[in-house]
Design a protein around this ligand. Structure first.
Ligand SMILES: *[C@@H]1O[C@H](CO)[C@@H](O)[C@H](O)[C@H]1NC(C)=O
Length: 343
């Protein structure tokens, strides 16, 4: 909890915006919740001391306002065409209303604003943007989404952009952004199959995203080349950072594999095996470069400069929150499977 009353207020209204949005009965109420959420996030982002924050908040504001205005317009259009003229909703109405929501949640063809915004944010805001800010649009999408060519195209593009976009990135924020775009694709798959599946995925994804962010924030790196040069005291940080990254990437013994496993199973059970094959192949690309980054940081380029030792002495090397979360991310799946199998 931040020790700042403005932040506490804004976080409260941010979360209440999400709650208003997901619990509203009408599209107008949903739109209002999204707007409350946006208007609380903008002041949270901006910081007078950092011009990147201001730029990011401006970009985010413009894109989200575009999405909100489009959503409002589409909803009004839907009401006009379907009620006023007693016309049956066309097959395209759900897709048309989906589009601004997809823009809000950063799914693939509409993801362009996401890397630019994330690059200018503090780690706390990055975590908010990747988790809480996705909850309302995705929940609203669940009212509209069904398995059709449109949805499958979005899912395909999100996973491919997530996998290819993260290749050769050196910025941790960019890597997390592309990972988030990719996970949005997986969450859309989960949404199209069942809402409970999505809730499970979203809960685990949020936990893992927060784990990675707190581990990265603790070790204070913004670019992956900064992880190469560390000393003995920071090995734990490095370990936490990379195991949680691999967990986010869905490497089997870690928690991140659990939702992936369940989604793949649900997809094959719902005769989506071709799509499942594609998304698994894109996740292999991801795992290849995640493993490459981790492996080279641990084994190949691990230098321990003596002149760096002093500056790290005063730093707190362990942080209970990051340690706890990365323990969850490390052992979560094993714990779940053991509990399920002994019960
Ligand atoms: C995308 O999500 C899947 C499933 O969790 C994961 O296996 C893959 O590594 C992820 N890719 C990226 C870029 O995060």
């Amino acid at each position: 909890m931040p020790n700042n009353s403005t932040k506490i207020l804004l976080l409260t209204t941010l979360v209440s915006g999400v709650l208003v949005s997901v619990s509203s009965n009408s599209w107008l109420g949903a739109w209002m919740g999204l707007e409350i959420n946006l208007m609380s996030f903008i002041p949270l982002m901006s910081n007078v001391k950092n011009m990147y924050n201001t730029e990011a908040s401006l970009k985010y504001f413009i894109v989200q306002v575009l999405a909100s205005a489009t959503l409002l317009f589409m909803v009004v259009m839907k009401t006009l065409t379907e009620d006023l003229f007693t016309m049956e909703g066309t097959a395209y109405t759900p897709m048309i209303i989906c589009t601004p929501l997809l823009l809000k949640s950063g799914a693939a063809p509409l993801h362009w604003w996401f890397p630019g915004v994330m690059e200018g944010l503090s780690w706390e805001n990055c975590a908010l943007l990747m988790t809480v800010q996705k909850a309302a649009p995705l929940m609203l999408l669940s009212y509209l989404i069904e398995i059709n060519t449109f949805t499958l195209t979005i899912i395909f593009m999100s996973t491919v952009v997530g996998a290819i976009g993260g290749l050769n990135q050196t910025s941790m924020r960019k890597i997390l952004t592309y990972s988030s775009i990719n996970h949005t694709g997986w969450m859309l798959t989960a949404l199209a199959l069942s809402e409970n599946l999505w809730m499970m995925y979203f809960a685990i994804y949020s936990t893992l995203a927060i784990t990675v962010v707190s581990a990265i924030k603790l070790s204070g790196v913004s670019f992956i080349n900064q992880t190469m040069m560390t000393n003995k005291e920071t090995t734990l940080m490095k370990f936490m950072m990379f195991t949680s990254l691999l967990s986010l990437g869905g490497l089997p013994p870690f928690l991140g594999f659990l939702p992936k496993w369940i989604i793949i199973q649900a997809m094959t059970a719902n005769s989506l095996a071709p799509m499942a094959t594609i998304v698994v192949v894109t996740s292999l690309i991801t795992l290849y470069y995640y493993l490459k980054i981790s492996y080279s940081s641990f084994m190949i380029l691990n230098t321990e400069p003596k002149w760096n030792l002093k500056s790290h002495k005063n730093k707190k090397t362990t942080n209970t929150k990051a340690l706890l979360l990365s323990t969850v991310s490390l052992t979560g799946m094993a714990a779940c499977t053991i509990i399920v199998n002994t019960y």
